[in-house]
Design a protein around this ligand. Sequence first.
Ligand SMILES: C[S@@+](CC[C@H](N)C(=O)[O-])C[C@H]1O[C@@H](n2cnc3c(N)ncnc32)[C@H](O)[C@@H]1O
Length: 217
Amino acid sequence: MPMNQISKNHDTHWNRYYASDDVPMLPSQFSVFVASEFPDADFIVDIGCGNGRDAFFFCKQGYRVVAVDASAAAIESIQDKCGDMAGPLALQCRIDGAGTAEDIRRVLTDNGIEGRGVVYARFFLHAIDQTGEDAFLEVCRAISTLRDVSVAVEFRTVRDKSLPKETPDHFRRYLNPPEFVQNAARFGFRTEYLTEGFGFAKYKSDDAHVARVILAR
Ligand SMILES: C[S@@+](CC[C@H](N)C(=O)[O-])C[C@H]1O[C@@H](n2cnc3c(N)ncnc32)[C@H](O)[C@@H]1O
């Protein structure tokens, strides 16, 4: 299948998913872990934020939050939920699109978001291809030249491939954690923390085998 067709099917999947009412809004276990690891951070950039379940949680904890996603339906659902209250600053863009790092940097600068931050991506890396992973790490590197940031990611590993899933079938790329941290090193990131296993992201019958990684420059 041509690459632009794969990407179109992918966008259709996420737009349909986030336009439905059946998407969890409770914050993930990973977001609570990251909040407890970075209590002194000033801001979070949540990449592949979906409906903002974690972005809203981070806002409630007092962080300034930029929520980034390619799906128009996901970004609209965040904007609808914000109403008049202060919520995440929502940005619709593809991680591998031209100018994404610049767009995020502009949102930080224009909104006076300074200090120390975390680039956060939960269940995002396995939703994109290898080119997307490189683009993600390039965006992390670009943000880290402007602000002091760590990177916190959680993703499905190769051991998760054949296990039951709660959400409908769609593109998933199961990652090998040592390969990911090796790739991150090419972008100048060292691994501060890496763990993997079950029980970190259980959702009904889906007890995903995931890795959690914290990177720093
Ligand atoms: C599995 S969902 C994770 C959502 C949320 N982080 C969570 O944990 O509930 C993956 C998200 O990545 C977004 N996404 C997929 N490909 C993308 C891309 N190339 N650029 C930006 N976002 C993308 C999808 O729209 C979707 O919201």
